[in-house]
Design a protein around this ligand. Sequence first.
Ligand code: GAR
Length: 201
Amino acid sequence: MQVFDNYSNFATMKRIAIFASGSGSNAENIIRHFASRPQSGSVEVIVCNRPGAAVIDRASRLNVPVEMITADDMNTPRRMIEMLDRYGINMIVLAGFLMMIPPYLTKKYEGRMLNIHPSLLPAYGGKGMYGRRIHEAVIAAGETRSGITIHTVSEICDGGEIIFQAPLDIAPNDTPSTLEARIHDLERLHFPRIIEQYPLP
Ligand code: GAR
C-alpha cells in the first residue's frame, strides 16, 4: 500500500525496481527496509534474468512481484521501458545482477540507477568480476583490505560515479567464504540506507 503524506513526498518518493540474478539477500534487505519506511519509497518489482534464482522465492514470500526477463527482453527497449513504466519505476537498484545494462537504459535512468559491488572499486572490478570470484581473487592476492562500493551505473562496467565505500580489514584466517559473509554484513548495514538517502535528480 502506498502512503502519500503530501505532494512533496509524492515527488521524491522512490519507486524502486531491483534487478537481481542470484540469492537476493540484498534484495530482501532493501524490500524490508522500505516496507518499514513507506514514506520514503517502496520496492515495486524484482527483475530477474535467472530462472530458479533464490531471489524469486524471497520476493514471493515478501509479496513483491517478479518480472522474469531474457537477454532478448533486455535488448528490446520498448519491452523493458513499458514494463518499468507499468510499475511507475523512477529508480533502479542492481543487487547482484549479472547482465550488462544496455545504453538506452543507463541513459533513461541516468543518475537514477545504483549498483553495489563487493570490492573497493576500481580494484577487482570490470567484466567477469562478480560475487565469490572477487573474494577468491582478493584472498589469492594476499590483500589486507577489501570492502564494498556503491556507484551510479554508466555504460562502462563497474564505472559510474562512486557514491559510497566502506572498507573492511581482512584477517589472516579469512577464506573467500568468510570474506563473502563479512562483505554481505557490510552490504546489509549500508546499502538500504544509501538508497534511501540518495537524492534523485
Ligand atoms: C553481492 O555481494 C553483490 O555485491 C555482488 O553479488 C552479491 C549478490 O548477493 N555483486 C557483484 O558482484 C556485481 N559485480 P545477493 O544475491 O545475496 O544480494
